[in-house]
Design a binder for this molecule. Structure first.
Ligand code: LAN
Length: 730
């Protein structure tokens, strides 16, 4: 029914080129709101020269001189710092690609398409290049994440992206991908989220999409499954999805959409019984099969609730409430949204509700580029709008571990980083916090930047530790007065789960883990509620211990109790083999490092604690011949140790060494072997090269933390140098 006037006619298709000129790309750092710009002419390019950081991200030669070869771990750490300092962005933080997941870019591109937003040729060209570069080398499909096997989820959605940016269906890359998709059963075997996006595009009818009833938001708060109890990422995705599902909205049909209807399925489109495929799913996509309970609920919703019981009144009431909650999320994040899954969905809600010219739609679209990242392979979508606060905090701590904070060479960098973290502290609570089911956030720090506005327990902790170190230990100016530190503590103390003493990510746990029975996404595990995480718990323990040392009188008793309960939980979470299972980094190595650190912070080390000793033994049992460690992401999926086929990894090696050194492991030989490996992998300009993927979420999806190869290596080298100043590495 939308107007057919020129303004809303389909936008001109972008002109796809083989490639863009990489020397023309610039990253704007607007106090860590990152946007990539393609400068169209020579003059503009010469007026805005490329920085080291930009060249580095684009894999262009930096022209940096070779550094004197590092003979000691200390020198190696210094060379690393000399290099990394060059990559600090003007506002004081470090940037990076944050790719890995392959289901995020499709949301952005589909939202552009259905809102008729023109895509620039430079963006379209580089999106195409990235997806071409990342097609599976053997079968040409795409997986859930960059290292995974091809799935229907990844292949369908990324195939769609390529068609929407203008790639010809007969391009050999497309022919190959289509062949793989058909072998996997075609797009009818995709998971829920793939079916949802295809329905929005009008490639499939809504009958194939399992229900996303917005009415669930009308449940009273006391109901044990009420959505305010769900993990924030699922809650904020289910919200706009429910609105769109309820409207059964699809965009206008055009040639590309008609083409996709012919290309994505094994059977002719007109002959498909869509409703019968609601639960069709390829085995490779079905990481978390739907429970009998969810299947029954879905059956009831489709066959009884929707046709007979769902009155217009209920529908309208539910849509209105969901729509209001979407507005609150938009207001709280300045239309940037929590992550690139709900961002494009909220955009579509605003488009349906407010029309194409609305401010809400425009503002959403304006913020999309903050999720996109340009690198040598092309343009991808980051998992969040960046890793700014998180990486900055780790770099600061790495410097203190090695005692480099007094070196004049690094003080300007540290001062800039301190001011950056100061500006990124969240100073205000959300408007109507309780109404939109948020938790106090004042005083906290986010993972990325303040705009996004969600505090996370371990992000608050890591930022806080860094600031305390800088201001109280490093003699840096006091840019955060005590009251602001206390604000952070007040917020942090709210995160502890009352039943276990452990800590979760964005909020205290609000519902039981039985809620996983309602996990409808199929491709992820552990998404429905908050869990206790060793990483988050240990970060809070170490932050509070440090705080308590400097301000013993501020809520001292509570803090001591908090620490005791949290460490008890960490202890109870150790596995029989001495390890801890990690949820945000790969995997046992990552979590065991954090756990050993938190035990040490309460005085429990290899010498006096059997838990610490067993943790060390676990790590040592995995050390390889060459001195390194190399756990694979498969460990996250299977919850069993797996070696990475490409051998030792510097980041993994650094994690294991840090864990051992925190635990004060008494024998230096294994440490020396690991340190040697890290030093040997260092390049002559001080950098380390990218190796296997480092991070994970929801057990099945991997995500890149490219700055870990600097922050954790430098930390491990610095720790070693400080603890063993006289050991020679040969
Ligand atoms: C992140 C990134 C940071 C991460 C740590 C701080 C490292 C962790 O210790 C706590 C959890 C947190 C904040 C986290 C949670 C889940 C995120 C936001 C991500 C892994 C980045 C991307 C992911 C998000 C869920 C992606 C969208 C996918 C959905 C299933 C909605």
């Amino acid at each position: 029914k939308r107007g057919a006037d020129d303004q809303h006619a389909p936008p001109k298709r972008p002109k796809l080129e083989a490639k863009t000129d990489v020397t023309r790309w610039r990253l704007k750092d607007d106090d860590s709101r990152h946007t990539w710009h393609y400068l169209e002419d020579e003059k503009a390019a010469s007026e805005w020269p490329q920085s080291y950081a930009e060249k580095y991200y684009l894999d262009l030669p930096l022209g940096l001189p070779d550094l004197p070869t590092a003979a000691t771990p200390k020198e190696s750490a210094e060379n690393g710092l000399t290099f990394f300092e060059k990559l600090q962005l003007p506002s004081g933080h470090w940037g990076c690609e944050y790719g890995g997941p392959m289901f995020l870019l499709p949301g952005i591109v589909i939202a552009w398409y259905v809102t008729k937003t023109p895509i620039s040729s430079a963006y379209a060209t580089e999106i195409k290049n990235y997806l071409f570069a990342r097609a599976h080398p053997e079968d040409g499909g795409w997986g859930l994440h960059i290292e995974g096997e091809s799935t229907v989820f990844g292949t369908t959605l990324n195939y769609i992206v390529l068609r929407l940016v203008g790639v010809d269906p007969e391009d050999p890359v497309m022919v190959k991908a289509r062949g793989t998709l058909h072998k996997l059963g075609g797009a009818v075997c995709g998971p829920h989220w793939a079916k949802f996006w295809m329905a929005v595009l009008g490639v499939v009818p809504w009958d194939i999409v399992n229900p996303v009833p917005p009415e669930i938001w009308l449940l009273p708060d006391w109901v044990p499954i009420a959505p305010w109890r769900w993990w924030i990422h699922i809650r904020q995705v289910f919200l706009p999805m429910g609105y769109i599902y309820s409207k059964k909205w699809s965009c206008e049909e055009d040639d590309v959409i008609r083409g996709l209807r012919e290309e994505l399925f094994v059977q002719p489109h007109a002959e498909i019984n869509w409703a019968s495929h609601r639960n069709s799913i390829a085995p490779g996509d079905n990481y978390h099969p739907k429970s009998w309970l969810l299947n029954s609920v879905n059956w009831l919703l489709v066959n009884i609730w929707n046709p007979y019981l769902r009155t217009n009144l209920i529908k309208e009431k539910a849509e209105a409430w969901v729509s209001e909650l979407v507005d609150m999320e938009d207001a709280n994040t300045g239309y940037a949204a929590l992550a690139p899954v709900n961002a494009p969905m909220n955009t579509v809600v605003c488009y349906i509700r407010d029309g194409p010219d609305a401010f809400t739609v425009k503002r959403h679209i304006e913020r999309f580029p903050e999720y996109l990242w340009m690198k040598d392979e092309g343009m991808l979508c980051n998992g969040t709008n960046g890793v700014q606060c998180w990486d900055t905090a780790f770099l600061i701590q790495a410097i203190f571990e090695g005692g480099f904070q007094n070196d004049e060479r690094y003080r300007p960098m540290l001062l800039k980083a301190l001011h950056y973290l100061e500006r990124q502290q969240i100073r205000e609570d959300c408007v109507d916090t309780e109404k939109c089911y948020r938790q106090q956030r004042k005083g906290g720090w986010p993972f990325s930047n303040k705009d996004q506005g969600y505090g996370v327990s371990d992000c608050i902790s890591e930022a806080l530790k860094s600031i305390i170190l800088l201001q109280k230990v490093g003699g840096f100016p006091e840019v955060l007065e005590d009251q602001r530190i206390f604000d952070a503590i007040d917020t942090l103390l709210l995160y502890q789960n009352q039943d276990t003493g452990g800590l979760s990510s964005y909020e205290r746990r609000r519902g039981g883990t039985y809620m996983e029975m309602l996990n409808a996404a199929e491709v992820f595990g552990n998404i429905m509620v908050e869990y206790d995480y060793p990483e988050c718990t240990t970060a809070c323990v170490t932050a509070l211990s440090l705080f308590h040392k400097h301000w013993p009188d501020y809520r001292g008793d509570e803090i001591q109790k908090f620490i005791k309960r949290a460490t008890d939980w960490v202890k109870s979470n150790q596995r029989p083999d001495g390890s801890w299972y990690g949820s945000w980094g790969i995997c046992f190595t990552y979590a065991t490092m954090f756990a050993l650190e938190s035990l040490a912070s309460v005085g429990e080390t290899h010498e006096n604690s059997i838990l610490s000793k067993n943790g060390c033994e676990f790590l040592l049992s995995k050390q390889r011949e060459d001195g390194g460690w190399s756990e694979s992401y498969k460990a996250c999926e299977t919850m069993k140790w797996h070696e990475h086929p490409s051998g030792s990894q510097v980041v993994m090696t650094a994690w294991a060494l840090i864990g051992l050194m925190e635990a004060e492991y008494p024998h230096v030989e294994p440490l020396k072997k690991g340190i040697k490996l890290i030093m040997e992998r260092q390049q002559s300009n001080g950098e380390w090269k990218q190796e296997a993927i480092e991070g994970v979420f929801n057990k099945s999806c991997m995500i890149s933390y490219p700055n870990y190869k600097f922050t954790f290596t430098i930390k491990a080298l610095g720790m070693f140098a400080k603890r063993y100043p006289n050991e020679k590495i040969e």
